[in-house]
Design a protein around this ligand. Structure first.
Ligand code: ARG
Length: 386
């Protein structure tokens, strides 16, 4: 459609060039909202002063003399020249150029091969792939394709959620109620069931939460048993997600999730500490963002473990260092906009320029029966694969 529009403009430029400069015509031409007023309209008001004549008189004259092979009809209405194009012949031209240019049609070099990492899909392992992740996958891939067409070099990053306290909980649940055979047979469903069960049981037996947290600390410290279970859950999940990506025809340049940043957590904390941003709060470490009107951003729990924000901060630095990107896109549901605002605010405090900060490409929430879906509560709709 854009090319069609350019062709129309080109035709109008040729016809108007005696009356105004190229730049002027470009600035003045309008695309009427109501197509009954033409495909494009040229307002004569700016010419009125120059020609010392009423806009409507200029419009009348112009309309009488404007001719072009591609114009179907030209009308003067209240100081405007409204132009209607011959859509048939223009459509034919557009189609012809598509045939000639094939897949190069619609390509631009605007991006000048600048890199644009796009963080999208990014599901959480050991859980069903959610509707939100599906949206992120499809929107993110569409953005990557558009970026490519416009001469950018997108880097498709799947930042899987493979780290966090929930894996400590999952290990506890597996040890209590899980079976290896069941996980092997239907990994995601089984792990997800264990996760839901953990939360049900933890309501009756709150010590389970402490146990889960402790296992995550062990995982972060490289405990062999914890790492072995986690590696297995992760691998099974990646294989399951791959079926879906294959079906959608989507590939990633890298699957680099939260766990990838595990060995950078200390460096992030030191960096924040040296910048004088960290404050203690109930044993935890936070960056207060009162001046920005935002709640504090939590970077370390009181048991010493890292958080989503800690890992995202590490990922921002890593992506900037490795890719020197023109923009840093994150296709993530709108419910995470506070998280991204906090990350941006912290980066600004750290002196990181805007261009090197995450740009949150947000999308809305799909509800089920008017309610938020929740994997933790088991309120989800499953996508049938076959
Ligand atoms: N795994 C996260 C979730 O499902 C999304 C991650 C988005 N990307 C990021 N860099 N935070 O909620």
């Amino acid at each position: 459609m854009k090319n069609m529009h350019d062709m129309w403009q080109g035709a109008l430029f040729n016809a108007l060039c005696e009356h105004a400069s190229f730049e002027e015509i470009g600035q003045w031409i309008e695309a009427p909202k109501d197509r009954a007023h033409g495909d494009l309209a040229f307002p004569c008001f700016p010419l009125a002063k120059r020609q010392r004549r009423a806009p409507s008189a200029i419009a009348e004259d112009l309309a009488a003399t404007l001719t072009h092979d591609e114009f179907a009809r030209v009308e003067a209405v209240g100081g405007y020249v409204n132009v209607f194009f011959k859509k048939d012949s223009l459509s034919r031209q557009v189609l012809q150029s598509i045939v000639v240019q094939k897949s190069a049609y619609g390509s631009f070099v605007t991006g000048k091969s600048a890199r644009v990492p796009i963080d999208f899909s990014s599901p959480n392992i050991a859980k069903p792939f959610s509707m939100g992740h599906l949206r992120s996958t499809v929107i993110g891939n569409a953005l990557a394709l558009l970026a490519e067409k416009n001469g950018f070099l997108p880097e498709r990053i799947n930042y899987i959620g493979d780290w966090g306290t929930q894996f400590g909980k999952l290990i506890v649940a597996y040890q209590r109620w899980g079976s290896e055979a069941e996980v092997r047979q239907a990994p995601i469903q089984t792990l997800y069931k264990l996760y839901v069960r953990f939360h049900e049981e933890a309501e009756k037996e709150p010590e389970l939460d402490d146990e889960g947290r402790a296992w995550f600390v062990r995982l972060e410290q490289g405990d062999e048993e914890a790492v072995a279970l986690w590696t297995w859950f992760r691998q099974e999940s990646i294989v399951a997600f791959q079926h879906l990506y294959d079906r959608l025809g989507i590939t990633f340049d890298r699957i680099q999730g939260e766990a990838y940043y595990n060995d950078r957590m200390k460096a992030v904390m030191t960096h924040l500490q040296e910048a004088g941003l960290l404050e203690e709060s109930d044993g935890a470490l936070v960056v207060r963002l009162d001046d920005e009107g935002l709640p504090p951003c939590l970077f370390q729990k009181k048991d010493g473990s890292s958080l989503y924000a800690t890992r995202d901060l590490a990922a921002v630095y890593h992506r900037n260092e490795e890719l020197s990107p023109a923009r840093l896109l994150y296709v993530v549901g709108q419910e995470q906009s506070l998280h991204f605002k906090q990350i941006q605010a912290v980066l600004t405090r750290l002196g990181v320029e805007k261009q090197k900060q995450p740009e949150h490409v947000a999308f809305g929430l799909l509800l089920s029966d008017g309610k938020k879906m929740s994997t933790r509560r088991g309120r989800v709709i499953f996508w049938r694969m076959f």
